[in-house]
Write a protein that binds this ligand. Structure first.
Ligand SMILES: [Zn+2]
Length: 410
């Protein structure tokens, strides 16, 4: 015999009830928990979070922050506030908006899971109601937007047909003759939830009275996970909130482009294309500029031993491509070593070292050494290497001068 009569089994829309406190116990890390002779509070279970609400007695109100299913020992209501006494009469009130939100997600899961079976014989193996959306793991091979859209269409058709949902208790023998969606894991009497003419399943959760209460089911996204297809969905009030958030984002982005909400994709594609075209033109300009810059830098190069010419220079805001292009131009000249660096405002440093074919020094080794001083990483070939790390312009200049010094010293 279960210590607590679970009123939500018979009426998932019951919000107020009278009960007697059977016991008050302390639960490790949670505080005090109240066990009642009967309750409408749904404890956490089956992927559905627990109810919250209040327990009122003559002397005050205790807030129910969580409910735990202790099996035969009943439902434990973890409370804050007024401390209740065993034997006291209380009025329980559950937070209906939270419960109803969970009813919508949970009942939507029954409908969606059955749609995947009817269409693709794909069973559901996991379900979780999370803070803003829910997830089901479906054994659906070859998932695609199209296949998932078909399941959603079927599910919403069932919602809008407003089919009655009935709960009854049957023996294991009777259950064996029912077309249950999932084989029950429990033994003995089973609670059967039936969506008329559509889905029959054993479940201890809270459900809508008719499918119309769910309003609408939407898929946010899906992905392959652990050999299954994980589908993120929202139903009812959550679907509305999710639409409002997505619409708000789309409208804000559209305003940035000064276009309508439905033209955002085209406007974004145009911007990306323009960006690519600008990058192409910039590279062409940089190439032309690098020719004359290489000329100037070669003229200012430090002269080293054995006729070496060393160009050590720190720039602002140049990427690796820009530095490499300049290095290539420089090492077309004989006996040249290019030690080029650049820093950004946030002290992100980039380096490119290169040498002409008639020089034997290993740029890869030099780069690794330089990157150690920058707390960064780098490498490459003996004739050209690149790397990066953290340094401001002055520090980077010192590092490059120190390396250059090795070739100019006698
Ligand atoms: Zn259920």
């Amino acid at each position: 015999m279960n210590a607590t009569k679970r009123l939500y089994y018979d009426d998932s829309h019951l919000t107020n009830f009278q009960a007697r406190v059977l016991a008050v116990t302390e639960i490790k890390d949670k505080g005090f928990a109240v066990t009642l002779d009967e309750t409408a509070f749904y404890p956490m279970g089956g992927g559905q979070p627990s109810d919250t609400g209040t327990l009122e007695c003559a002397s005050g109100t205790a807030r129910v922050v969580e409910c735990v299913d202790a099996g035969e020992a009943g439902v434990q209501h973890v409370v804050e506030g007024e401390l209740l006494q065993a034997g006291e009469e209380v009025t329980g009130r559950i937070d209906w908006s939270r419960r109803f939100e969970h009813i919508q997600q949970h009942t939507a899961q029954h409908i969606l899971s059955q749609a995947f079976i009817k269409l693709y014989e794909a069973e559901t193996h996991g379900f979780r109601i999370m803070k803003r959306w829910s997830e089901i793991d479906v054994r659906l091979d070859n998932p695609s937007d199209e296949r998932i859209r078909e399941a959603i269409e079927m599910a919403n058709k069932i919602v809008w047909e407003n089919r009655p949902i009935r709960v009854r208790h049957v023996s294991a023998e009777e259950a064996a003759h029912l077309p249950l969606r999932k084989t029950p894991t429990r033994e003995g009497e089973l609670r059967i939830v039936e969506i008329e003419g559509y889905d029959t399943n054993a479940c201890g959760g809270t459900h809508a009275r008719a499918t119309g209460e769910i309003g609408m089911i939407l898929v946010r996204s899906w992905e392959r996970a652990k050999g299954m297809t994980r589908i993120e969905f929202v139903a009812g009030g959550r679907a509305l909130k999710d639409y409002e958030a997505a619409n708000e984002t789309a409208r804000r982005v559209a305003a940035l482009f000064s276009v309508g909400r439905d033209e955002v994709e085209q406007a974004s594609l145009r911007l990306i294309e323009e960006g690519k075209e600008l990058a192409r033109r910039l590279r062409a300009l940089e190439s032309t500029f690098a020719d004359s810059e290489a000329e100037t830098l070669t003229g200012q190069a430090m002269l080293g031993r054995d006729g070496l010419r060393i160009v050590a220079r720190t720039f602002d805001y140049r990427d690796h491509e820009g530095l490499k292009q300049l290095a290539h131009k420089l090492i077309q000249r004989p006996r040249t070593i290019a030690l080029l660096g650049s820093t950004d405002g946030d002290d992100a440093a980039r380096l490119v070292f290169a040498r002409s074919p008639d020089v034997s020094e290993d740029m890869n080794l030099l780069m690794r050494e330089a990157c150690q001083s920058l707390d960064g990483r780098g490498g490459g070939r003996p004739d050209m290497a690149q790397g990066g790390g953290q340094a401001d312009s002055t520090t980077l200049t010192h590092i490059l001068e120190r390396i250059a010094g090795r070739f100019t010293a006698n």
